[in-house]
Design a protein around this ligand. Structure first.
Ligand SMILES: Nc1ncnc2c1ncn2[C@@H]1O[C@H](COP(=O)(O)OP(=O)(O)OP(=O)(O)O)[C@@H](O)[C@H]1O
Length: 400
């Protein structure tokens, strides 16, 4: 997010090319997670929730991969799979070239130092009965590690790194605001000096005025500590300025994966185009310009029985007969830009000559929205996002 978006200073935008030459830290191939549905006294198998249904991607050392998509598309499940908090149904996960797909708890323990997770809800992810000193110091205990200078000193250093007062070591989570609690979660994640951090909706439970501070903190920590991030978010405005590349998920699949610039400038998947139409325009000169928002009319189908062919065809305004029957592969149609679509935007049609179905003509509603004035940045974010942020402490006073 820009200073125009949020009214705060943010680091300069990163260049996607910066990380392209770095080594691959995480490689995911054909990853699946199907949650079985059991029914009746005998707990018979009655199908499965196909939460993640065959995804491939890589994350390079030092880069940030943003993962976006609507609620229920499988983002959190993907995050828990790659950090091995969940056992995959199929596919392969490699970390630094090592196959970790089915490592047991014991074999994973040393790997846990290198991959950490930050959770969405800073209220429920911290044990209310533990002091923040105990919470942030817990990873040392779990790993049986004593840092130089002792746990207390290191925890206090970590609290300072994330912008909290080290003197608050003995305080309890309820004494902190939402933004401060998320900083505690970040300090805990950093304790063992990880290589990769998976942040699952790290700011969506926070007030919009505090979201930028936490995103900026993550960005600063990445530069200082050389971290690699996978940042999960349900809307594109959160990951916009911190991601090098962005993966868009829909019903358990990656439908588009591209360099940030390329994705925002010329999205290829109609679903991405619809998501982007809800993101505020960051250019202050164009803020008051009217723009069109694409409202997808249909509900998200069930991941228990996703639609045949392209999973998005039931909500897509470009769908043709081939979309109903043939699943489009995630193909590289431009350098650094992969898309799974028979009729992509901003690229040659992969199945030209097909006619749009009658249902597709009814699939969307175009709404003209006036973008808010430049001097009211936060109003813009809320309006365009449908006001999704929940109330929080009004100011995130750190180091009080
Ligand atoms: N333990 C589970 N057992 C059964 N189904 C599950 C389980 N965890 C997730 N699911 C289902 O898998 C699908 C994907 O869920 P997931 O939480 O990964 O999506 P998400 O994109 O992160 O959504 P949200 O932003 O709402 O968390 C959903 O339909 C969800 O109900």
């Amino acid at each position: 997010m820009t200073s125009e978006d949020k009214g705060v200073d943010v680091p300069a935008q990163r260049s996607a090319g910066d990380t392209a030459s770095r080594e691959v830290l995480l490689k995911v191939t054909g990853l699946q997670k199907h949650f079985p549905i059991k029914k009746g006294m005998l707990q018979r198998n009655a199908g499965a929730v196909k939460a993640v249904d065959g995804i491939d991607f890589e994350v390079r050392s030092g880069e940030t991969l943003g993962v976006v998509g609507e609620s229920g598309c499988g983002k959190s499940t993907m995050g828990r799979l790659i950090t091995r908090l969940l056992e995959p149904t199929a596919g392969k996960i490699e970390f630094e070239g090592r196959d970790i797909t089915h490592l047991g708890v014991g074999a994973m323990r040393p790997m846990r130092r290198d991959m950490q997770m930050i959770f969405q809800d800073p209220y429920s992810s911290l044990n209310p009965r533990h002091t923040i000193g105990t919470i942030v110091g817990a990873p040392f205990k779990l790993q049986g590690v004593t840092p130089d200078g002792g746990v207390r000193k290191e925890v206090q250093r970590l609290l300072e790194v994330v912008g909290l007062n080290p003197e608050h070591y003995n305080r309890y989570p309820h004494e902190f605001s939402g933004g401060q609690r998320q900083r505690i979660g970040i300090a805990r994640a950093l304790a063992l000096n990880p290589k990769m951090v998976v942040a699952d909706e790290p700011v969506s439970a926070l007030d919009v005025s505090i979201q930028a501070q936490v995103v900026n903190l993550l960005d600063d920590l990445q530069s200082e500590l050389g971290l690699t991030y996978v940042i999960i978010a349900h809307d594109l405005s959160v990951v916009r300025h911190v991601s090098d590349r962005i993966a868009v998920m829909y019903l358990g699949k990656i439908v588009e994966l591209a360099d940030r610039e390329s994705l925002y400038r010329a999205p290829m998947h109609p679903y991405t185009k619809a998501l982007l139409s809800a993101v505020p325009i960051p250019d202050p000169k164009r803020r008051s310009v009217k723009s069109e928002r694409i409202l997808l009319k249909g509900d998200v189908p069930s991941p228990i029985s996703p639609p045949s062919g392209c999973r998005f065809h039931t909500r897509c305004w470009k769908a043709t007969e081939v979309c109903k029957t043939q699943e489009p592969p995630l193909a590289t149609l431009k350098t650094g830009h992969q898309v799974a679509c028979h009729h992509p935007e901003n690229a040659p049609d992969q199945v030209p000559g097909e006619t749009v179905t009658a249902a597709a003509r009814e699939a969307i509603q175009i709404v003209e929205v006036s973008k808010p004035e430049a001097d009211d940045p936060e109003a813009g974010e809320t309006a365009a996002d449908g006001g999704t942020a929940s109330p929080d402490t009004p100011e995130d006073s750190t180091k009080e």
